[in-house]
Write a protein that binds this ligand. Structure first.
Ligand code: DGL
Length: 262
């Protein structure tokens, strides 16, 4: 058993989609969330830049004595995880696009993947594509340029957002996708808008509950789960604005949200 917190980081508020699943599955765990929003978006930074930022975020969380780190960002996971695992001893949970389950379930054998530019260009995505269990599945990848900024600035319901999503999703629909994989943790906050465009025939796949379950399995295996009667504390830090965090967490009164320099 361990009362140390679970750490999570992202370039901004996207990882809150993962945090919500972690808190639902393990409401007794303390959490510390870091939004490096001074440096957002990560999606068009180089691999070396993403590694350097991921190291800085990891060290921030290690200084807060976390027992496990969830890299709640596809871009950081796909580009920096091997490096982080080699350099630090803490267990890391990575996020990667759920291409495998989508491939297994697809009837049309066409799946859409909406992700950041760095995720689409990463080696890990190439590796994932090579191990797709169904080899006649076609992946239609698209860079969701501008979507991270929309979520960071809480403009999910604007006309501009709808138009941008139409631009990215309509070509996928025309090509016959029946699954859309969300390859960026910011994108689940746009699911209601995406559903309006995709209708009921396309299933949207996002990994937050799978990641929460994987985190629980690792904590169990290492025997460092918190006691189930623990009253959880949640700390959220950002190095630019805390407005988006405050908005998304307005129903979590116990959330402690603070702006810090780092
Ligand atoms: N939430 C991050 C991800 O999953 C956003 C990346 C970005 O900042 O561009 O990739």
């Amino acid at each position: 058993m361990s009362s140390q917190a679970i750490g999570l980081f992202d370039s901004g508020v996207g990882g809150i989609s993962i945090w919500q699943a972690v808190n639902t599955l393990m409401p007794y765990e303390h959490t510390i969330y870091l939004a490096d929003n001074k440096n957002a978006p990560y999606g068009h930074k180089t691999k070396d830049e993403i590694i350097a930022l991921s190291e800085k975020n990891t060290e921030f969380l290690l200084n807060k004595n976390v027992k496990l780190i969830i890299v709640a960002c596809n871009t950081a996971s796909t580009n920096a995880i091997p490096h982080l695992r080699q350099k630090y001893h803490v267990p890391f949970i990575r996020i990667q696009p759920a291409i495998k389950p989508a491939s297994l379930q697809s009837q049309t054998k066409k799946i859409g993947l909406l992700a950041t530019q760095s995720t689409l260009q990463s080696n890990m995505l190439q590796e994932l594509k090579e191990i797709i269990p169904v080899n006649d599945v076609e992946i239609i990848g698209r860079y969701g340029q501008g979507l991270v900024e929309i979520v960071e600035n809480n403009r999910m319901e604007s006309r501009e957002t709808y138009r941008l999503l139409q631009k990215y999703l309509n070509p996928m629909l025309e090509q016959g996708i029946d699954h859309l994989v969300l390859g960026c943790t910011h994108y689940p906050f746009l699911i209601p808008q995406m559903k309006q465009i995709l209708g009921a025939s396309v299933k949207i796949i996002e990994p937050s509950m799978a990641i929460a379950k994987q985190s629980k399995r690792v904590l169990e295996k290492l025997n460092i789960l918190a006691p189930e009667n623990q009253k959880a504390k949640h700390e959220f830090y950002a190095n630019h604005s805390t407005a988006a965090l405050k908005k998304l967490l307005k129903n979590i009164p116990e959330a402690f949200i603070k702006k810090l320099e780092f």
